[in-house]
Design a protein around this ligand. Structure first.
Ligand code: HEC
Length: 197
């Protein structure tokens, strides 16, 4: 975990993302600066725990629905479930935990899963450790997701994806870039925004 001071991070972000111009404000990190996990105040640590609890809840619900549908109706049906239910489940978890949560990646299946502005630079850097940011009030977290064997059915190398799955993906996600991942690889992140206490 880096211990880079907030100001240095903001300065570097301004230098590296402005293309040397630096006039337009960088939306990527406005107001948010990275904070090392060991340096979280007790209030921020409570916000972090809130973020992790929401992440665990969303991960469990998504994989529960996925496995259930995979087992009963097969992968092609599970894709439709993912497409329709993933956003709804994320919205429910957001309400329940009083946070905002979603999933994102550097190679998206659904182009609507773009990272929030504060996370774009971290996504571009493909950070492999959890990152926490704060603006002094809110806490934001970017939490890596690695590919498990069960994910290969829909995110693995093309030759491992069944023809009917390929068809369903092509029909639902014409811009799909979320294939050819290997087991254990970084697939993307959960992002979480926790409001001020
Ligand atoms: C049955 C097919 C299927 C399986 C199995 C599957 N996914 Fe996905 N995945 C999808 C679909 C469909 C989407 C797009 C959902 C949406 O529209 O938001 C998606 C989206 C995602 C996203 C959001 C980013 C993006 O590219 O849009 C992540 C992250 C992700 N999957 C990770 C995983 C992981 C990790 C596993 C294994 C635990 C997994 N998936 C298993 C079909 C699958």
């Amino acid at each position: 975990m880096q211990r880079t001071p907030v100001l240095v991070v903001l300065l570097l972000a301004a230098l590296t993302s402005g293309g040397g111009c630096g006039r337009s404000p960088d939306p990527a990190l406005t107001g948010f600066g990275e904070v090392a996990e060991q340096k979280l105040t007790s209030q921020q640590a409570a916000q972090r725990d809130q973020a992790l609890a929401a992440r665990d809840d969303l991960a469990a619900q998504l994989s529960g629905r996925l496995l259930e549908t995979l087992a009963t109706q097969g992968p092609a049906a599970a894709i439709a479930v993912c497409a329709e239910e993933a956003p709804r489940i994320a919205a429910e978890v957001s309400d329940k935990h009083g946070i905002s949560i979603g999933r994102t990646s550097f190679r998206l299946r659904n182009p609507q899963n773009k990272p929030p502005a504060w996370a774009t630079d971290l996504v571009r850097r493909r950070v492999v450790e959890p990152v926490f940011l704060t603006d002094g009030q809110r806490l934001a977290a970017l939490l890596p997701i690695r590919l498990q064997a069960a994910c290969l059915t829909c995110h693995g190398p093309a030759e491992d994806i069944a023809p009917e799955v390929r068809q369903a993906l092509a029909a639902n996600y014409p811009q799909d870039r979320a294939r050819d991942f290997r087991e254990g690889a970084l697939r993307g992140w959960f992002w979480v925004e926790v409001p001020a206490p």
